[in-house]
Design a protein around this ligand. Structure first.
Ligand SMILES: O=C([O-])C(=O)C[C@H](O)[C@@H](O)C(=O)[O-]
Ligand SMILES: [Mg+2]
Length: 460
């Protein structure tokens, strides 16, 4: 080992679970909790370089993160190809069949292909997927530390940026003005429960951040109501890219009806139905004749962040042409480098690429921006929840200008940790009785509707 190798060896890993304020955003499972768990990863090398990573903070992720943190001591931050094997060794069984599901107090929680992660609407949850999400936070922290030590931005370690700014879209949600019982922090967005409210929310996103592309989280109300909201958006923002994502809540027939109603205004339809098989049926229906006989519905791509979230799920979905766009997400796919591998596979199959987001802070937004800057095929605006997250652990929040985040050339991710903020959000986590430490949107909904259970799919 050279001195330079020694300097890049990991000397310390610090894991800090936090609870971050989250607004009452509605989805098909229920509503976001007032606070959501995240895990902040800090590592320090022998040479004194520090690296930051961020991932899900629910208990099941924390349980895997601790042994991985311990096992990383003494290894080089450059040993990224060795990370998956190390994680497999220390994080326990990850057979795809070891499916997880926890929806507190929900006797009707789905199992099998229709099961959805209670904390993130990701599709079937497995131990292997959890491990990849944990691993992704460590990979980002290693890249950040390596970049700082080398004086290079993360995008340079990924082969270099192909764009100087990464475009993001407005992520619109039906929402309440406040959480049930007035819990949590109150913001000034107000309720958005109808087309007028959705358009007003979109207008504020456009005016504040410059977003020109809009995605509505659907699966909340009967489809006709959501179709009306998209129509209202199309009228308010003519020609702008629009997306609707009901997280698999619809049947094949409903998906096709909605596609017929919106095909002239949607950029893509995201996860209309649950599972690869239903998505393949919807895609086949879209390739066939429309209800008006001769006219074809072709031209409306289906996108997913639910039925294709691991390499194992690609073969069936792509060979059946079930999806035409995959939403990458480095938290799902095991890091920034694997996100680039996904891009290569998609390119080979002629499948497009967009980017998914779940509730996240600035460290993850910086990581998303760095990797997105390196992928030429990423031509759709990326999703981000960041504008909904008013709290962060950074000294300076990342800014959207004209709907875009600048791709910095500062070493690493180019962000700095605010230790006081981190400590305050960690104290909130410590003070919690456990009720908020695991995201569960159905459990949060039961505060407003005690009889609520996560709806079985297809819901409509
Ligand atoms: O595109 C998606 O499916 C998501 O962003 C999943 C998220 O969990 C979203 O539905 C949310 O935050 O409620
Ligand atoms: Mg989605």
């Amino acid at each position: 080992m050279t001195d330079a190798d020694d300097a890049l060896a990991i000397a310390e890993v610090r894991l800090t679970p936090i609870l971050v304020a989250d607004p009452p955003l509605l989805n098909t499972q229920g509503v976001h909790q007032p606070y959501t768990p995240r895990l902040i990863i800090e590592l320090t090398t022998e040479g004194g370089a520090t690296g930051l990573g961020e991932t899900y903070g629910d208990t099941k992720y924390l349980d895997l993160a601790q042994p991985l943190a311990t096992a990383l001591i003494g290894r080089s931050v450059t040993d990224l190809n060795g990370l998956p094997a190390l994680a497999a060794e220390v994080c326990g069984d990850s057979s795809p069949s070891s499916q997880l599901r926890s929806s507190r107090g929900d006797p009707n929680a789905a199992t099998g292909a229709d099961a959805v992660d209670a904390g993130g609407l990701r599709g079937v949850q497995t131990a292997g997927k959890l491990r990849l999400s944990v691993l992704s936070g460590f990979e980002v922290a290693c890249l950040d530390a390596w970049g700082r030590a080398a004086g290079l931005p993360v995008h340079a370690l990924l082969g270099g940026k192909v764009r100087d700014r990464v475009e993001y879209g407005a992520y619109l949600f039906y929402r309440w003005a406040q959480h049930p019982g007035g819990r949590g922090e109150r913001d000034d967005w107000g309720a958005a429960l109808d087309p007028v409210g959705v358009v007003a929310q979109a207008r504020r996103f456009a005016d504040t951040y410059g977003f020109t592309s809009f995605k509505l989280k659907g699966g909340v109300f009967p489809p006709a109501r959501e179709v009306a909201a998209i129509r209202a958006l199309a009228a308010a923002f003519p020609g702008r890219p629009l997306r609707l994502d009901p997280n698999g809540a619809w049947s094949v027939a409903t998906s096709l009806r909605v596609a017929d109603a919106l095909r002239d205004v949607l950029e893509y339809l995201e996860d209309p139905a649950s599972g690869t098989d239903r998505m393949a049926q919807v895609a086949a229906g879209l390739r066939g004749a429309g209800p008006d006989g001769g006219r074809r519905r072709a031209g409306l791509p289906l996108a997913t962040n639910m039925c294709v979230t691991t390499f194992d799920e690609i073969a069936e979905a792509f060979t059946r042409d079930a999806v035409q766009i995959v939403l990458c997400d480095h938290h799902y796919w095991g890091g920034l480098r694997r996100t680039r591998e996904l891009a290569a596979v998609c390119r080979a199959f002629g499948v497009g690429l967009s980017m998914h987001s779940n509730t996240h802070l600035g460290i993850s937004l910086a990581a998303m921006t760095q990797v997105a800057a390196t992928v030429p095929d990423l031509v759709h605006a990326c999703d981000t929840h960041y504008p909904w997250q008013t709290e962060d652990v950074l000294t300076e929040r990342l800014a959207f200008r004209d709907g875009r985040v600048d791709v910095g050339d500062a070493p690493g991710l180019g962000v700095a940790l605010d230790r006081d903020r981190l400590a305050a959000l960690h104290r909130r986590w410590l003070a919690d009785d456990g009720g908020l430490r695991d995201r569960d949107d159905a459990a949060a909904m039961r505060r407003a509707d005690p009889g609520w259970t996560a709806p079985a799919v297809p819901r409509w």
